[in-house]
Design a protein around this ligand. Structure first.
Ligand SMILES: *[C@@H]1O[C@H](CO)[C@@H](O)[C@H](O)[C@H]1NC(C)=O
Length: 407
């Protein structure tokens, strides 16, 4: 459930905003998920609109379509559910499968791509029936996804001849078996292709991610849309003692990720009904996003869950995009590092030390023996400093993404 702003081509920049399609009708299994319609069933005028509706201006850069929610369904083929826009109950399916034929979405995808948007297929979701039993099954499924949605060919392509720009993994259950093999196989197909493809993931903010932690360390991702909601480390914990952990993800991006230029997005709910916790007024989210941009070189942008919620909530997507644009700047510059943290020393409020992946930390109060990032919460992570690990592309422009969504 949930999700993100998006990433942008060149992966110079990503912004994530999720758009949501809402299933307002018959399937209560999907009811209550993060979409405007699910939370506001009487307001049909604001239910999720066709994808192209959300591509009319510059607010959103990336649209992960949510979701490919069944990997091995009827006939051994996957299924997708884009709520009221395309689903296997309301729409015709390909013979012998539960895969809806939604050619008109393909037209919208091409419309959005012609305006410079990136549109990807998001796999999983909170209620997805997903997972692999082996690496070879992950590789075979990568071939299927390549043929049905990306640069391959098949007689059962849900979006016709529209070629999506990549895949997003929003895996929220099951084991991590086979996912790294899946990503590597997608990469292998893409390496010989005539256009660029992107691979992203949407981990929970709790580090490391319960479902994909090892996969994120074993395969190359272009961006991650970290879900800073429905978790103790969510946006609501930004000012608390030890909740906010964007710094851990930044450190992961630059020192652990196989792709040291992977971008990290702040994933946020686009309204108070889009998630259980984590929603913040636009001024607060803007302030946090700008601070992350100034502090952490891996910051890529903001991901919102989801598009329908953002539109109904006073164009929350446009507001965050405008805030990032207004903050300006050509990119990140590393501040100088302070002396390294010394465990035997005492620190008073406001004193700084360098620690943990070359980050600058500031003591919140008098402290001794409490390591930066430790459970005592005695330190604020002010971000990367000059001696930090691999340097990210400093010229990226943050983008906002939206998740076009469903269930
Ligand atoms: C799928 O079915 C719904 C409900 O009938 C309809 O509104 C929608 O336009 C259909 N989608 C496509 C892509 O045909």
């Amino acid at each position: 459930m949930t999700l993100s702003l998006v990433v942008r081509a060149l992966f110079a920049t990503l912004i994530g905003a999720q758009v949501s399609l809402v299933r307002a009708f018959d399937n209560t299994r999907y009811w209550g998920q993060n979409s405007y319609g699910a939370a506001n069933s009487g307001d049909a005028a604001n239910f999720q609109k066709p994808l192209a509706f959300y591509c009319q201006d510059d607010a959103i850069d990336v649209f992960p379509l949510a979701f490919l929610n069944v990997f091995f369904g009827t006939g051994g083929e996957p299924s997708i559910n884009l709520a009221n826009v395309c689903n296997p109950t309301d729409n015709a399916t390909f013979s012998g499968t539960n895969l809806p034929n939604c050619a008109s979405v393909g037209t919208d995808i091409k419309t959005c791509q012609s305006k410079g948007k990136i549109v990807t297929m998001s796999l999983g979701g909170a209620t997805g029936s997903v997972g692999f039993s082996s690496d070879s099954q992950g590789e075979t499924f990568a071939d299927t996804v390549w043929n049905l949605f990306l640069g391959g060919t098949s007689s059962i392509r849900p979006f016709g001849d529209a070629v999506l720009d990549g895949v997003d993994l929003d895996i929220e259950g099951g084991t991590s078996t086979g996912y790294a093999a899946f990503v590597n196989r997608i990469r292998s197909h893409a390496s010989g292709a005539s256009k660029q493809y992107y691979v992203t993931a949407a981990p929970q903010c709790v580090y490391p991610d319960a479902s994909l932690g090892g996969v994120l360390n074993a395969a190359s991702f272009d961006a991650i849309y970290v879900q800073f909601y429905n978790n103790p480390c969510g946006l609501q914990a930004f000012d608390s003692a030890s909740g906010w952990d964007f710094g851990l993800w930044d450190n992961w991006a630059r020192t652990i990720s196989p792709n040291p230029n992977v971008k990290v997005y702040v994933g946020a709910p686009a309204s108070s009904t889009a998630a259980g916790t984590g929603y913040e007024p636009i001024g607060t989210l803007s302030s946090i996003a700008v601070q992350m941009r100034q502090s952490f070189p891996s910051f890529g942008g903001v991901m919102l869950w989801d598009a329908s919620q953002a539109y109904a909530n006073g164009r929350y997507d446009l507001a965050i995009k405008n805030a990032l644009s207004a903050a300006g700047g050509t990119g990140f510059t590393f501040p100088a590092c302070s002396a390294a943290y010394a465990s035997g020393s005492t620190y008073t409020a406001g004193q700084q030390a360098s620690y943990q992946g070359g980050h600058l930390w500031t003591a919140k109060w008098w402290t001794e023996g409490d390591t930066p990032g430790g459970s005592a919460g005695a330190w604020t992570d002010d971000g990367a400093c000059a001696s930090a690990g691999p340097k990210q592309d400093a010229t990226s422009r943050p983008r906002v993404g939206s998740r076009f969504f469903r269930v």
